[in-house]
Design a protein around this ligand. Structure first.
Ligand code: ATP
Ligand code: MG
Length: 180
């Protein structure tokens, strides 16, 4: 069995499943992860949730086969990278519209897995808010890899406008400015 250590949990991988077991002091993180994986099950961008066990603080989910976005960026050409980044930005927009703040989208190196689909993992820090900033955080990340991916840094005004109402129109304007 493969064992992966996070700061908050240990993840056991077996038979296509990942079992994330939280340390006792991170009980609240366990419940947050259960909550957001549940709420997002209808979306394709989270691991399938199979079961959870509150007394063991364990969550049994789909093991997502793929590579971290960190490695994907290293190994791919700019066109492939752009396609994946566009998908990631769309996922961030979906989360913004659902008023869920995932957190850490400004450094998602190990929280996005690219395989036969793009999957976001680790929702233990997520929370509900009327002003989520997944898209703006992800744009911060995009700035740091702009040269590599051959994308543009959007003007601050577009970001501000977007954050006012999260409208589709403003999102598209922002996305266009990054990827045009
Ligand atoms: N569903 C999954 N599919 C594939 N790999 C996974 C999955 N869940 C977790 N992993 C792997 O286990 C590692 C630890 O998972 P995760 O980041 O959720 O733990 P964590 O304890 O919250 O970590 P941290 O303290 O760094 O936030 C990940 O980096 C990833 O390699
Ligand atoms: Mg974590």
């Amino acid at each position: 069995m493969l064992t992966l250590k996070g700061k908050h949990s240990t993840v056991y991988v077996e038979n296509g499943k990942a079992i994330k077991v939280f340390k006792p002091q991170f009980k609240y993180n366990f419940w947050k992860e259960v909550r957001y994986l549940t709420v997002l099950q209808s979306q394709k961008f989270v691991p399938k949730l199979f079961s959870f066990n509150p007394s063991e603080l364990s969550i049994e989910m789909e093991f997502v086969d793929g590579v971290f976005i960190r490695d994907f960026i290293k190994e791919s050409d700019s066109e492939e990278i752009r396609t994946i980044l566009e998908r990631c930005l769309d996922i961030c927009y979906r989360l913004d519209r659902m008023r869920i703040q995932k957190e850490e989208m400004n450094h998602p190196w190990k929280h996005i897995i690219v395989g036969d689909r793009v999957v976001f993992i680790d929702f233990e820090r997520a929370y509900d808010t009327p002003n989520p900033s997944n898209v703006t955080q992800f744009v911060t990340f995009l700035r740091s890899i702009a040269d590599l991916a051959e994308i543009n840094i959007p003007p601050v005004d577009l970001l501000k406008e977007y954050k006012k109402y999260y409208s589709f129109r403003n999102y598209i304007a922002l996305k266009r400015s990054v990827f045009s």
